[in-house]
Ligand binder design. Structure first.
Ligand SMILES: Cc1cc2nc3c(=O)[nH]c(=O)nc-3n(C[C@H](O)[C@H](O)[C@H](O)COP(=O)(O)O)c2cc1C
Length: 494
């Protein structure tokens, strides 16, 4: 593909791919390659990891039955083009180990399933652990057995992306306490090298103590206190607790009284200052924090029926939002806690919108030793672990890190309060005339949403230096990445 928009085309094509199960393209490959996995690796930000799935030289001479068998409803994915034009390198990661200690426990890798439907039966957890997940935090359980609604999910779409964010109305496990405990016991017996976590939720101190005791007896490695489900149908549970420092404190103490294994307190983001419940947890004996649970939300309103989503016999409730859209909110809370003089010394498991190895390592760079995932697994399946592991290993190798723990906290010093940012210099946008297609999107955004600093004519956009403040809105809206940054220079008059 001799094309100056090559990277853009590859990105668009891989996003167009439907990521089929048992993909026809792979079945059709006469050379035994795995084009589906190849595309998926690129899609999940693991370009170098894709390298091993196909051989560009062999593919170049092939008549591409992979493409012909593609079942996309609107044109075949350009698999051959992508394979033969990808700039990637083979990187040997055989000596890279993703092992890391978290809350005093050694994990073969930091990538866990978070407590939810994705970790709610023996078979599901076993499949995930077989595929490489380092551990699971099992679906929250307790003495209370909820009665769930149908349907219970809704999504926020943006342009052609069906799943920017995800709303759910689920509460805790609908299985009996005995059944959940026996699943946990079997999991620990059959996966001794993996971390098995129990997420518990009581209604009073006696229940928290008892659930902790029973979980430890079942053999789990760690307990997570669910102080954060925002859609419990009963008062005084879930995020009602996480917003109440006194209850958090009492229930952590009650949990610790029932067990001797590490206890994490899982925080709700439905609060302005997460440090307060996190500090209350730690001072009451919690060994670490997990954050975040879901964000209270309404995803939209149907203007013809005036029902909101998901519509349960015409009605809905405010309930938890998760997935890619909440990642920035989660990273903010993690940063707040890791900048806190006390909390920075305690382990945090980062959760919220993690889909790729990059997402995961961003949480780690802000101080998490562990990460957990739900929504991306619901959308794409447990298989996303393949590119998380491969991508993380390749990154570590490229950066020359010996251990993934070297990444932990690396980005924290570069987050400062607004009064500490450099306000004396500026970076100006620079238009790449070769790449610009003269669509005028930069002009429109700069005029209507910026500083009227772009002129537009038949020759394309031109920056008006005296008006430009270097906000970079133009660069962000450019559909072909044709706007770059200048060097930082002193502001006029400084
Ligand atoms: C369908 C669904 C069920 C969930 N159930 C639980 C639960 O039982 N206990 C819990 O602590 N969190 C639960 N969560 C929250 C997730 O564990 C996680 O904290 C949140 O979804 C953010 O991560 P994500 O963006 O990777 O999904 C649930 C989330 C979803 C989407």
């Amino acid at each position: 593909m001799e094309n100056k928009y090559k990277d853009k085309i590859i990105k668009t094509e891989t996003f167009k791919c439907m990521l089929c199960h048992n993909a026809a393209c792979t079945k059709a490959c006469p050379n035994g390659f795995d084009p589906a996995r190849f595309i998926r690796s690129i899609r999940f930000e693991n370009k170098d990891g894709a390298y091993d799935m196909a051989d560009a030289q062999i593919c170049a001479t092939c008549n591409a039955p992979c493409e012909n068998s593609c079942i996309h409803y609107d044109g075949k994915i350009r698999i051959k083009d992508i394979i033969t034009s990808l700039d990637a390198k083979k990187i040997d990661t055989s000596d890279v180990d993703l092992g890391i200690d978290f809350a005093g426990i050694h994990c073969i890798n930091p990538f866990f399933l978070s407590s939810s439907v994705v970790a709610s039966t023996y078979e599901m957890c076993a499949k995930a652990l077989d595929m490489g997940w380092g551990g699971i935090v099992f679906k929250t359980f307790g003495y209370y057995i909820p009665d769930e609604v149908s349907p219970r999910f809704s999504t926020l779409e943006k342009e052609d992306n069906p799943f920017v964010g995800f709303k759910n109305l689920e509460q805790t496990s609908t299985h009996s306490l005995e059944e959940n405990l026996s699943i946990l016991k079997r999991l620990k017996e059959n996966y001794p090298d993996r971390i098995i976590g129990a997420s518990i939720m009581g209604e009073n101190e006696e229940e928290w103590t008892s659930l902790a005791k029973l979980s430890e007896e079942a053999g789990v490695d760690i307990i997570e206190c669910n102080f954060s489900c925002p859609q419990m149908a009963k008062n005084g549970m879930g995020s009602d607790v996480g917003q109440n420092i006194d209850l958090v404190s009492r229930y952590v103490k009650a949990t610790k009284a029932g067990c001797s294994i590490p206890v994490l307190a899982k925080m709700t983001p439905n609060i302005g200052n997460m440090e307060l419940p996190a500090l209350a947890s730690i001072s009451s004996g919690a060994d670490g924090i997990a954050a975040i649970n879901t964000v209270k939300s309404i995803t939209g309103v149907d203007l013809y029926s005036f029902e909101s989503y998901p519509t349960v016999a015409g009605k809905t409730s405010i309930s938890g939002y998760s997935g890619k859209a909440v990642k920035p909110i989660a990273l903010r809370f993690i940063t707040d806690m890791k900048k806190n003089e006390t909390l920075k010394n305690y382990p945090i498991s980062g959760i919220g919108g993690i889909e790729t190895w990059q997402d995961a390592l961003e949480f780690m760079a802000l101080g998490c030793e562990n990460i957990q995932v739900t929504t991306a697994v619901m959308q794409y399946g447990y298989r996303i672990i393949e590119d998380m592991i491969s991508g993380a290993k390749i990154y570590l190798k490229k950066m020359g890190y010996k251990s993934i723990s070297e990444v932990v906290g690396k980005a924290l010093d570069q987050i400062v309060s607004a009064d500490h940012l450099d306000r004396s210099t500026v970076e100006f946008p620079v238009i790449d005339k070769e790449k610009c297609i003269k669509c005028g999107r930069c002009y429109l955004s700069c005029y209507d949403g910026g500083h009227q600093a772009i002129d537009f004519s038949d020759d394309g956009p031109k920056i008006i230096g005296k008006n430009c403040v270097g906000c970079h809105l133009c660069r962000l809206v450019c559909p072909v990445d044709a706007i770059n940054k200048s060097k930082r220079i002193k502001k006029v008059g400084r």
